[in-house]
Ligand binder design. Structure first.
Ligand code: FES
Length: 91
């Protein structure tokens, strides 16, 4: 079981290991999504804690984030899956 906290909304939810976080973000937060496939960038977020508990970036995500001059701690929320443990993000 993983635990995700969206710090700027003070929202925490639990997810099964391996689950995609997108449906939980949509249900529990006001995060905005567009393409939901890592192509538009509207969902860019910052991982404050637990980056190691998330899925690895795909080559597509790495290339997209690089093209936007993203910081190392930034991810595309629509592509996130939790491996296990705790994660804190803000957007
Ligand atoms: S919703 Fe388009 S990149 Fe995440």
């Amino acid at each position: 079981m993983g635990k995700v906290t969206v710090v700027n909304e003070n929202v925490t939810f639990e997810v099964e290991d391996g689950e995609r976080l997108l449906p939980f973000f949509k249900e529990h937060t006001a995060m905005l999504f567009g393409c939901e496939k890592g192509r538009c960038g509207i969902c860019i977020c910052t991982v404050l804690k637990g980056m190691e508990n998330l899925n690895e970036k795909s080559q597509q995500e790495i290339a997209f984030l690089h093209s936007k001059n993203a910081y190392p701690g930034q991810r595309l929320a629509c592509l996130l899956r939790i491996k296990h443990g705790e994660v804190e993000i803000e957007y």
